[in-house]
Write a protein that binds this ligand. Structure first.
Ligand code: FAD
Ligand code: NAI
Length: 467
């Protein structure tokens, strides 16, 4: 087999596999290397997909217990079959990772299972289970993703002190689950285990949950989670963990340091963020620079300081999201094929897949205030949406922020039922520089939850009608 390529992509996650596939479509000769054994990266194997499979099963379970009777369905003695739940998760992952192998074949990408190391510009050594292969290419794309950020003094064993990876495969439901970090992972996986019966406590360093989410949305989200049984210790830090009679005694202190208290837990989930993964890549030997946060430093076209070496996805700056990695992947492949790849970072949506969900795109109200940008607000609660009422899913609201002068939509923020499936419309509006009036005058089907977006847009100019 020839060992000479136009492009070698190191890492087979959403950044790497999409870059390889798009480059293959554009006629480039491509290899994609991943050491995991199967392609799909964090997202398919231990991230987006398995977490959503568990969130789906447990949401149905929760509804069966708490919602069914309200709409006349009698389902007594509903119970969970953990083995079947995990089998569904694994089957989903397996089918999707096989799908990537199929797409590689279809687009003439050579997928190589092994660890890649850049030995010089244009040169990559791959260590496979059968030995090493020396590859050459005009361009090398680093797409090695990210890994769990460790909590100093706490050793993750993935059994009772877990990262997200262990939390996706716990053997039994912990009686008491303590989560460090009220971010996306903590709240999604906390929801999974709470629905199955865990008492969930979350210790968060700053004085609010989900930093970065619009603060009005975050406040409402926190209230809804607390109503479900989440307990939050905000503005607090973990200062020690001790095992006592089979359980953990977790010492916490206010972030500023002061009176110490002890919480008890059977399982601890460490979810305080992720960091760029560059181990074993040979970056220092080749002279590839990193930024102050250890991410591969790149310019706006993903180029590093070393000619012919690029980086995309979680390993470089920006949101650690699968679709951001995918957007960069496509732009990267197009640039390498001589086209003009581009990513609009102002229109990348994000979703927290809890119940209810949180979804946003564009600037938050906090960001607009801080930047001194004059804006108008339109809001609409799901309590006034006919479909939400019929579905008994009336928690939450939609908020649209538009430029006070031009009416251009600057941000859309939602907490509510299925808003993750609704945010695409708002992303498209931002991508096309829509005004709030454009959304307000676009026909939305009745009765749907999306009417709440239209009504919020009408609200920007004060003519909300369905109240
Ligand atoms: P990764 O997916 O991390 O892939 C990098 C790959 O490179 C890995 O497979 C690794 O094995 C390989 N690799 C590393 N070094 C080498 C080497 N030297 N040689 C060969 N291979 C190497 N994002 C969302 O948008 N939506 C979600 O719902 C969501 N849920 C998540 C849930 C969890 C629990 C986690 C942990 C993450 C979640 N994310 C989600 C984030 C998402 O998974 C990442 O943003 C995304 O996977 C980043 O893609 P990537 O291609 O940059 O890197
Ligand atoms: P995160 O950045 O979302 O949240 C981490 C939280 O931990 C923050 O609230 C932070 O203030 C807090 N924290 C940091 N240090 C702490 C400490 N010492 N003690 C207590 N709290 C501390 O990170 P998370 O949840 O680990 O997720 C990592 C990344 O994975 C996210 O940034 C996200 O991009 C991605 N992800 C995306 C999902 C989605 O799109 N639905 C789902 C899961 C993960």
């Amino acid at each position: 087999m020839a060992d000479n390529f136009d492009v070698i992509v190191i890492g087979g996650g959403p950044g790497g596999y999409n870059c390889a596939i798009r480059a293959g479509q554009l006629g480039l000769k491509v290899a994609c290397i991943d050491k995991r054994g199967v392609f799909g990266g964090t997202c398919l194997n231990i991230g987006c997909i398995p977490s959503k499979a568990l969130l789906h099963t447990t949401e149905l379970f929760d509804h069966a217990q708490h919602q069914f009777s309200k709409v006349g369905i009698i389902a007594s003695n509903v119970s969970i079959d953990m083995k079947a739940m995990m089998a569904h998760k694994e089957k989903t992952v397996d089918e999707l990772t096989k799908g990537i192998a199929f797409l590689f074949k279809k687009n003439k990408v050579e997928g190589i299972v092994g660890a890649g190391e850049i030995t010089a510009p244009g040169k990559v050594r791959v260590t496979t289970k059968d030995g090493t292969r020396e590859l050459t290419a005009k361009s090398i794309v680093i797409a090695t993703g990210s890994d769990v950020a460790p909590l100093p003094g706490v050793t993750i064993d993935e059994k009772t002190i877990v990262s997200s990876t262990g939390a996706l495969s716990l053997a039994e439901v912990p009686k008491r689950l303590l989560i460090v970090g009220a971010g996306v992972i903590g709240l999604e996986l906390g929801s999974v285990w709470r629905r199955l019966g865990s008492a969930v406590q979350v210790v968060e360093f700053v004085d609010r949950i989900v930093p970065g989410v619009d603060s009005e949305v975050a406040k409402q989200f926190q209230r809804l989670l607390e109503r479900q049984g989440f307990a939050f210790k905000l503005g607090s830090k973990v200062v020690g963990v001790e095992k006592k009679k089979g359980a953990y005694a977790v010492a916490i202190e206010p972030a500023a340091g002061d009176t110490r208290e002890t919480l008890e837990a059977d399982v601890i989930l460490v979810a305080i963020g992720r960091r760029a993964f560059t181990d074993g890549l040979g970056l220092d030997a080749v002279g590839v620079k990193r930024d102050t946060r250890g991410r591969v430093a790149t310019d706006a076209h993903f180029a590093t300081n070393v000619s012919g070496i690029y980086a995309i996805g979680d390993v470089r700056e920006g949101a650690m999201l699968a679709h951001k990695a995918e957007d960069e992947a496509v732009a990267m492949a197009e640039i390498l094929a001589g086209r003009s790849g581009h990513v609009n970072y102002d229109a990348i949506p994000s979703v927290i897949y809890t119940y209810p969900e949180v979804a946003s795109v564009g600037k938050t109200e906090d960001e607009l205030k801080a930047a001194g940008i004059a804006y108008k607000v339109g809001k609409f609660p799901f309590t006034a949406n006919a479909r939400a009422k019929s579905n008994l899913t009336t928690e939450g609201f939609v908020k649209i922020l538009a430029d006070a002068k031009t009416d251009r939509v600057l941000g859309v923020h939602m907490v509510g039922p299925d808003v993750g499936n609704m945010i695409g419309e708002a992303a498209l509006a931002l991508e096309f520089s829509a005004s709030s009036e454009d959304i307000a005058r676009t026909s939305h089907p009745h009765p749907t939850l999306t009417e709440a977006i239209r009504q919020a847009a009408m609200g920007v100019d004060g003519w909300t009608m369905q109240m």
